[in-house]
Design a protein. Sequence first.
Length: 84
Amino acid sequence: MLRIQRWTDGDRVGFTLSGRIEASHVADLEALLARETQAVVLDLVGVTVVAAEVIRFLAQCEAAGAELRNCPAYVRVWITQQSS
């Protein structure tokens, strides 16, 4: 189960994600982020498991300018490998 909490901080909008991020969540997350006009922060503080498709999605978000906050070390390694 994935839980998403939206918050704003001045000129940024953030989403705190917790739980398991599955490949089936990617389309919903893309749609959610596409609606935002402000800078985006994805706080991964509560993320426990991610799928390979999610790693690609997070790498694309970061490349597009989103900030990944509280990114678990293993997720960061996978994103770095994906970007190489």
